[in-house]
Every structure is written in structure tokens, then in C-alpha cells.
Write a protein that binds this ligand. Sequence first.
Ligand code: FMN
Length: 140
Amino acid sequence: MKLTPNTAEIVRIAQAVTTAGADALCLINTVRGMAINIKTRQPVLGNSYGGLSGPAIKPVALYMVYQVFKAVNIPIIGCGGITNADDAIEFFMAGATAIEVGTASFMNPRAPMDILEGIEKYLLENKIDDLRELIGAAHR
Ligand SMILES: Cc1cc2nc3c(=O)[nH]c(=O)nc-3n(C[C@H](O)[C@H](O)[C@H](O)COP(=O)(O)O)c2cc1C
């Protein structure tokens, strides 16, 4: 289940969909936002508002993964502003089992491969045999 961050009840929603049978959670989707053209005085986006993605939402996403990891026992796919290997590693430490790279791929189509290489480098440099060692490490 892909979860929206546009709620104050992310933990309760994650628990509800887990109880309902979800196999895994992906969080987060985009954060609702808007922009106004000060010449026309009208919203820039046709729908008035839209989904904010990319680096700006990373702290929001990371905190939601961190909170939800403590509350459910199914895998979490971390997503939201992951642009480099350090970002990805933060998400593993918050509790993600896997990650998604969205917006960064638009800026650099090689971003997922660069991130994968960066993760491998981090594991080698820190003598970590198994990435699973990092999952939820920020909770211990
Ligand atoms: C252009 C665009 C289209 C998207 N379409 C979908 C979609 O169809 N379904 C979905 O669950 N999330 C969709 N998303 C949300 C992304 O999968 C992701 O959750 C969000 O953008 C945060 O990750 P990011 O910062 O790495 O992009 C879309 C995001 C963007 C920017």
C-alpha cells in the first residue's frame, strides 16, 4: 500500500492497512502544495494545488518511515526526496527495507545506479556484509 503523507494519522493508517492484509507499505507519496502567480494572482497549477516531491520532502518522509517502522511488522519501501546514497542509507536506518527513487530520476536518469553504487561503497568502507544490518539502526 502506498501511503499519502497528507494526514496527521500516518501511524494509525499504516496499522489499519497492515491489519487489513497489506504485504508491504510504501511511504510517502507527494505532499500537497501550491504556488501562486503574483502577476495573474491565480494558482500556477491547473488544479490549484499539486504534489510536492524531491529533496524538500525528505525530512517529512524520513520521519514517517521512522514512526511507522515502530508500529508495524511488514516491510516498508522508503520514498521521498532520495537523491543520493546518503539519503538512501538514512531511510534504511529509519526502517526502510527498500527505497524508491522518483524525482531524482528526472534530474539524472542514472540516479538509481549512482545510488546503488554509493550504497555498495558505503557498505565496503564500513565493513558491513549485509545491508539488512542497517534496517532500523536508528532505533537501536
Ligand atoms: C510526476 C510524478 C508522478 C507520480 N505519479 C505517481 C503515481 O501514479 N502513483 C503513485 O503512487 N505515486 C506517484 N508519484 C509519487 C512518487 O512515486 C513518490 O511517492 C513521490 O514523488 C516522492 O518521491 P520522490 O521525491 O523520490 O519523487 C508521482 C510523482 C511524480 C513527481
